[in-house]
Ligand binder design. Structure first.
Ligand SMILES: C[S@@+](CC[C@H](N)C(=O)[O-])C[C@H]1O[C@@H](n2cnc3c(N)ncnc32)[C@H](O)[C@@H]1O
Length: 201
């Protein structure tokens, strides 16, 4: 079953009920965004994140689902380049972005390790990677995992420490911010002092 092909028409409505924008906003507030940053959203879906980013930044929205991206296109007009690509084999140049976001998407990817290596490959020095994920130690995450696996999704959830270990292997500094009992944000950068935001952008 192609879950997001089926879900695309209903996705934004469901996310409204779930309060998804509030959660993403908390993730965006963790990182310092500069006006000339090129921002890439991997697993961008219908472009929920794009609504929360400054209008002057160049955006690249990447997703494997053309149906989800069709919805995104309506939100971003000319601000964004839309790329249909798999996260584990991105059709983007090395060092082509300053910020990489991956919001509620990593656990949907097959070969997560390759997807993380791709994020590191496309991000420039002094840039940052921001991942919003769900902690498998929490019961709500395990129920979500079970439901997603029933729908044929990989359901590959990493604990914050395990995810941080990948980026440490890549030579990045990392920080984990707990957003709720089950949601967390991982920030990875070679210069966290430059990219960490205390008050939001
Ligand atoms: C739960 S949605 C999240 C969408 C968006 N980031 C948000 O927060 O609303 C997960 C997205 O990951 C995409 N996806 C799944 N596997 C993918 C892959 N291998 N490469 C790129 N995108 C993928 C799906 O098509 C879907 O749009």
């Amino acid at each position: 079953m192609d879950l997001f092909r089926l879900a695309a028409p209903f996705y934004d409505g469901l996310m409204k009920v779930a309060g998804h924008q509030k959660t993403i906003k908390k993730a965006v507030e963790q990182v310092r965004i500069k006006p000339d940053d090129v921002i890439c959203d991997i697993g961008a879906g219908t472009g929920q994140l794009s609504r929360l980013l400054p209008a002057e930044n160049k955006l690249i929205l990447v997703d494997s689902s053309d149906r989800m991206l069709k919805k995104a296109r309506k939100k971003v007009a000319n601000q964004a380049k839309i790329v249909i690509s798999r996260a584990q084999n991105l059709s983007l140049e090395d060092n082509s972005c300053d910020l990489v976001f991956c919001i509620d998407a990593l656990h949907h990817f097959e070969r997560t390790g390759s997807a993380l290596a791709e994020m590191k490959r496309i991000v420039r020095n002094n840039g940052a990677i921001v991942i919003l994920e769900f902690d498998p130690a929490n019961l709500k995450t395990r129920i979500m995992q079970w439901l997603e696996e029933l729908a044929g999704e990989p359901g590959c959830f990493y604990s914050p420490d395990k995810l941080a270990a990948f980026f440490k292997k890549f030579g990045c500094n990392t920080e984990i911010v707990k957003l709720s009992s089950w949601q967390y944000v991982l920030l990875a950068s070679d210069d966290l002092t430059e990219r960490r935001s205390i008050d939001g952008f």
